[in-house]
Design a protein around this ligand. Structure first.
Ligand code: NAI
Ligand SMILES: O=Cc1ccc(S(=O)(=O)O)cc1
Length: 486
């Protein structure tokens, strides 16, 4: 049984109140660890350590020295690749092939990518004449925002945490991370990496626990936190915004989605089906960018439904380490129940279940896992729950459409606005749509293709702010203007 301790001021510490909760392997439902919950005392200590580090060795490092540490962090994550891989797989049950290609390499890259950004970003300068005939020069200086609270979800634990910790440290901040209660492992392990490469104590801290009346709330309401960056559900984001209002702290929020894919009859069908298979089912549909609404131009509707059905049925669930496993479990039995409740709702609302709709038959040793079948529905009106609400599972509804205007109206008719994927060979049409679809990210003939220099974030209830490349600097630094008269 593994103990997941809090990491405060460079040291692993247990819960001072002796409170722990179970870490469960979603593949089989077995308890694999004990997580030490942080109370107010641990959160206070973590924030104080982060504050002290800002004023200590860390605060005195030059950008070049900080970048050397970021580079060392990326190298050390890669050196301990297998440790991170095993930790991530134990927490999430995701297939080895996926975690080894996506989660862990991106965990390292998220430190590397911000080295170039921070070294090469300039600030503006203006020369002017003063009323008394002299000269003044204004220039901008980016200073670290301070102590950043990083509140993370469970779907891509290392990837999404380092996506925030990387730029935060590049900009000279210190962080207190609150990983999801479901996935404590990789954030905890990263503490060892910080110590190994010589990141000063107090720069990176981890507090474990839940949201309300636990580490999440204590951290986000803490008066000595200077900014909060969050990825997770929209409802949680609203609570965090309220917490941030106390003391007027800035927030960066990456939240839910109900992402659409739009498939025109002139698309490259092979590329479209390959991509939809990933966007609907990868990571068991637990990707904020994932597609849960597919709109297909009527002439190829039946063909797309049949092809995606075949792909969904070929997604073999199983042991994450087995070579033929294509899909893992949901993150927890609670999330499995949520997904299955939508499978029931779809049937009640009159859906045609093209495939799936339940729990797959698993071997005895995996029966306790949080398994759900990849599922496709057709035949529902746009008002149906599975078309309007985020499920965060391996499922999609496919509807036919007859015109560009019709599909545009349907895509935009949702409170979320995170991502859309459009499939067509008509680039003029694709660009026209990309400019009218109300989302933060629009892919054309692709999905989850990322250039980490570009802005990432959602519109409407999917988020506030953009992170990635120089856009991260807007949140992780304060831009100060200096004016010199001479
Ligand atoms: N837009 C994006 O980039 C992404 C969005 N998501 C969203 O995240 C959801 C899944 O992740 P979950 O971990 O279930 O989200 P969640 O919102 O339940 O939890 C996220 C984190 O917030 C913490 N938390 C919960 N209540 C809190 C409170 N009142 N104060 C402070 N912290 C609190 C949790 O402990 C966890 O660490 C999905 O439904 C999806 O919508 C997930 C990944 C990416
Ligand atoms: O699941 C949400 C998600 C996935 C990827 C990224 S990014 O590639 O790091 O930008 C962000 C959020």
């Amino acid at each position: 049984m593994k103990d997941f301790l809090n990491f405060i001021n460079g040291v692993y510490v247990p819960s001072s109140a002796g409170k722990t909760f179970d870490n469960i392997n979603p593949v089989n439902g077995q308890v694999i660890g004990r997580v030490h919950e942080a109370g107010r005392a641990e959160v206070d200590a973590a924030v104080a350590a982060a504050r002290a580090a800002l004023k200590g060795d860390w605060g005195r490092l030059s950008v070049v020295e900080r970048c050397k540490l970021l580079d060392a962090l990326a190298l050390e994550i890669n050196r301990r690749f297998d440790d991170f891989l095993q930790a991530e797989i134990a927490d999430t049950g995701k297939p080895h092939a996926l975690a080894s290609h996506l989660d862990i390499p991106r965990g390292a890259a998220n430190f590397q990518i911000f080295i170039d950004t921070i070294k090469s970003t300039s600030t503006e300068a203006f020369n002017m004449r003063t009323p008394d005939g002299k000269t003044a020069l204004s220039y901008g200086v980016r200073v670290p925002r301070g102590v950043i609270a990083v509140v993370c979800p469970w779907n891509l634990p290392l990837l999404l945490m380092t996506w925030k910790v990387g730029p935060a440290l590049a900009c000279g901040n210190t962080v207190v991370v609150k990983p999801s209660e479901e996935t404590p492992a990789t954030a905890t392990l990263l503490g060892e990496v910080m110590n190994a490469v010589g990141v000063p104590k107090g720069v990176y801290n981890v507090v474990h626990g839940f949201g309300p009346d636990s580490a999440g709330e204590f951290l986000t309401r803490h008066p000595d936190v200077d900014g909060i960056t969050f990825t997770g559900e929209t409802r949680t984001g609203e609570a965090i915004m309220k917490a941030a209002a106390e003391g007027v702290r800035p927030v960066s929020l990456e939240m839910g989605g109900k992402n659409a894919a739009v498939v025109f009859a002139d698309c490259d069908l092979q590329v479209t089906i390959d991509t939809l298979t990933r966007s609907c089912f990868e990571n068991t549909g637990q990707v904020c960018l994932g597609t849960e609404r597919v709109y297909v131009e009527r002439p190829i509707f039946d063909q797309v439904v049949a092809a995606l059905k075949e792909r969904a049925e070929a997604m073999k669930p199983g042991d994450p380490y087995a070579k033929d496993t294509k899909i893992g479990p949901a993150i927890s039995q609670e999330h499995q129940a949520k997904i299955l409740s939508y499978y029931d709702k779809a049937r009640e609302e009159g859906a045609t279940v093209v495939t799936g709709g339940g729990v797959p038959d698993m071997p005895d040793e995996l029966k306790g896992g949080a398994w759900v079948q990849p599922t496709i529905w057709t035949g529902l009106p746009e008002t149906a729950s599975v078309i309007t609400e985020e499920i965060f599972g391996p499922c999609c509804h496919i509807s036919p459409f007859d015109s560009e205007d019709e599909v545009l109206a349907k895509v935009n008719n949702n409170r979320y606005g995170l991502a859309t994927a459009v499939f067509t060979q008509d680039i003029a049409r694709a660009n026209r749509l990309a400019q009218q679809i109300e989302v933060g990210l629009c892919w054309i003939n692709a999905w989850f293709l990322r250039d980490l220099r570009t802005p990432f974030g959602g519109s409407k209830q999917s988020g506030i702010g953009r992170e990635g490349g120089v856009h991260s600097l807007e949140f992780y630094t304060e831009l100060r203007n200096v004016m010199v008269k001479f």
